[in-house]
Design a protein around this ligand. Sequence first.
Ligand code: KG4
Ligand code: ZN
Length: 322
Amino acid sequence: MILGLETSCDETAAALITGDGAIRSNVVSSQAELHARYGGVVPEVASRRHLELVMPVVREALDQAGAKLRDVELVGVTVGPGLIGALLVGVAAAKALAWSRRLPLAAVDHLQGHVASLYLDPDPLEPPFVCLLASGGHTLLLDVREHGVRPRVLGTTLDDAAGEAFDKGARLLGLGYPGGAAIDRLAREGDPTAYSFPVARVSGLDFSFSGLKTALLYAVRDLAAGELDDRRADLAASYQRAIVRALVERTHEAAAAVGAGRVAVVGGVAANSELRASLPNAMLAPLPLCTDNAAMIASAARFSEAISYPRYLALDACASSA
Ligand code: KG4
Ligand code: ZN
């Protein structure tokens, strides 16, 4: 079995999968509530909480899988990109666990992890495909050709990530943090055509969401006192429509540009119901595997070259993508 660990942001997660990609357990302890009062993740607070949670979460993952540490043959851990202090907690825990049983360790790139959420049972997807990766930290269009090989980047965001646009929009609407899921829920009650928010057209296959955020800011600012409560759902629906439209258009363009027959969507924003409905023919990451989790990290570990015992003791985390 493969033990996966993920601590790159505000989720402390551990999972066990089999050598052929069946999930045995997938435990995610979210710190979102802890950070909500600050309106975003506080890195130092996140690191300390990871430290408290990481071993209980590993134990819970083993228990739920009905497994012992001696059943683990490989440890996979996120080494970046992410918050450096948060990453270091997972990397140190993974090294200690692997070292204690002389196991190999796979250093996993978080973004490759999101892509590998598509490689798990019961419906594993085989490359090649074009993948839209939309999360709180990234918005990427990837040309995925092979398992475990870093894909070519076809497009990315020039400013905010799609999830960040959701979170900042939610904040302007007074919906708290993280706000993507809250906008998604509220948008169902609103009229997406009530406001016409701009979808930025930048060249190539890139994205830009900062103008949209400013448009929402102005729309909220222009409301009369007390009017926000009545218009919140319409604003959420129109704002979501603009983000989804940008993502869908660019994804189709990317698929056409590389002649890809199949399109996949992963990352936290892949949980968005309007995005899912707007790409009916796409392979969508299963809902529980869209937001950060460790099953996807274990899945990526399956396809990466493991570092043998004890060479990984020198392994370091890296805040940005290599
Ligand atoms: O992949 P993820 O868990 O973490 C990163 O790697 O960043 O993505 C988190 C992001 C947040 O911005 C959150 O607001 C967004 O995913 N998100 C959603 C939904 N659920 C989570 N955005 C839109 N609609 C949702 N249903
Ligand atoms: Zn993520």
